[in-house]
Design a protein around this ligand. Structure first.
Ligand code: FAS
Ligand code: PHB
Length: 389
């Protein structure tokens, strides 16, 4: 088989890149290790920046998002029971969209199916080869049969544990990493959200987040030990712990119910530089990871894909390599600003195991500064709703 661009990974980055390229007549194939159902079964991000909403509209897949997504004009911080709402529209004139990553993935898969573009699910032994030449190759095994894809470019959209970054020689890339000594235990439940907007709660017992997927479906998280075993958390234990970290009024209003999904996500900050190696590009989690506190992971994948698609469309349309040559530096400039914000949100909101009384006072002063300074609140709003693409 020969295509112009071979994409590794059918997560949001791979599917969105495939959609943007197909819309401009550039042939792609997506090679995905897991089944379609497995990919759709992963519960992940929930908040879309305006830039991501705009890109999904440009890709022609925004209809259901606008029909079912929830437009949020602010978020609340709760700090040891003191609550404060940050009104994004008043502060920065922008909003966010609450629409689950699962739904974004579903919409992108449906659009790709309708276009007739090929996605190969349950591909084994995927390899990316010869990307330092003008004739890169993707190889994989499907149902015991070996296949090879000849292409002009490979887009590594295969996440943190994917094969793409792992195929780059270690002396060709630099990595920057911070692993946090805690994780997030998340629960999805068919219960009405406890509040109209998200609540980020700092408490001496640990961080908690009250989020949602719809007016009848909620998503909650509590900070937990990084080596926590999810099997030790019954639903009752989770709800009791969540209540204990919320202010009394919110705790009183919490509606609980059986968990539809329960999982633990480790927290890390990670960046690989550069994001391009000859004819191989890395996009999304394949190149960088942020702690989910700032709701940036999915949105960074979208901005990477916007830059990469623009470069490839320019290459095929005008024969110019300027866009693909600028991709890595352009993407990294935005990645590092989101890494900073996500690290900052994580540092002020979580109970840090190895901090002291001074560190706890600094966390409280960060909250008091945000509450008391419009400039500080505007900075939070500017970053949370998404820096310019
Ligand atoms: P993805 O990891 O989504 O997709 C990569 C795809 O590549 C997967 O389908 C995988 O099966 C496939 N793949 C891997 N190796 C392969 C191989 N060798 N060959 C072929 N295919 C291969 N972000 C937020 O903003 N908020 C959150 O609350 C949040 N929660 C998260 C929870 C978890 C457990 C994780 C892991 C991430 C979370 N994220 C969150 C971040 C997440 O949303 C990512 O940013 C987003 O999925 C990035 O999309 P992709 O880059 O497409 O990577
Ligand atoms: C979610 O709804 O899953 C979610 C929302 C905001 C975050 C992280 C996760 O910062």
């Amino acid at each position: 088989m020969r295509v112009q661009v071979a994409i590794i990974g059918a997560g949001p980055a791979g599917l969105l890149l495939g959609r943007l390229l197909q819309n401009r007549g550039i042939e792609t194939v997506i090679v995905e290790r897991r089944s379609r159902a497995y990919v759709l079964g992963r519960i992940r991000a929930g908040v879309l920046e305006q830039g991501t909403v705009d890109l999904l509209d440009e890709a022609g897949v925004g209809q259901r998002m606008h029909a079912e997504g929830l437009v949020h004009r602010g978020v609340e911080f709760s700090f040891d029971g003191d609550r404060h709402r940050f009104d994004f529209e008043d502060l920065i004139g922008r909003r966010v969209m609450v629409y689950g990553q699962t739904e974004v993935t579903h919409d992108l898969m449906a659009a790709r199916d309708a276009s007739g573009a090929l996605t190969i699910y349950e591909a084994d032994h995927v390899s990316v080869d010869d990307f330092d030449s003008a004739n890169p190759r993707v190889r994989y095994v499907k149902d015991g049969v070996a296949h090879e894809i000849a292409c002009d470019f490979i887009a590594g959209c295969d996440g943190y544990h994917g094969v793409s970054r792992a195929s780059v020689s270690p002396d060709s890339l630099r990595t920057f990493e911070r692993v946090y000594p805690f994780g997030w235990l998340g629960v999805l439940s068919e219960t009405p959200p406890v509040a109209d907007e998200l609540i980020y709660a700092h408490h001496e017992r640990g961080f908690a987040l009250c989020s949602m997927r719809s007016p009848t479906r909620s998503r909650y998280y509590v900070q937990c030990a990084s080596d926590e075993d999810v099997a030790r958390w019954t639903d009752d234990r989770f709800w009791d712990e969540l209540r204990s970290r919320l202010d009394p009024e919110t705790a009183e209003q919490l509606v609980t119910g059986p968990s539809l999904e329960k999982s633990i996500a480790p927290l890390r900050s990670f960046v690989a530089e550069p994001m391009r190696f000859g004819r191989l590009f890395l996009a999304g989690d394949a190149a960088h990871i942020v702690p989910p506190t700032g709701a940036k992971g999915l949105n960074l994948a979208a901005s990477d894909v916007r830059y990469l698609a623009e470069g490839l469309i320019e290459f095929y349309g005008e024969g110019s390599e300027a866009g693909v040559n600028a991709y890595s530096s352009r993407a990294l400039a935005r990645v590092w600003k989101a890494e900073r914000f996500s690290w900052w949100m994580t540092s002020i909101l979580h109970t840090l195991p190895n901090t002291d009384s001074f560190g706890r006072r600094i966390q409280r002063s960060e909250f008091d500064y945000l509450v008391g300074s419009r400039a500080a609140a505007q900075s939070l709003a500017e970053n949370y709703t998404g820096l310019p693409v």
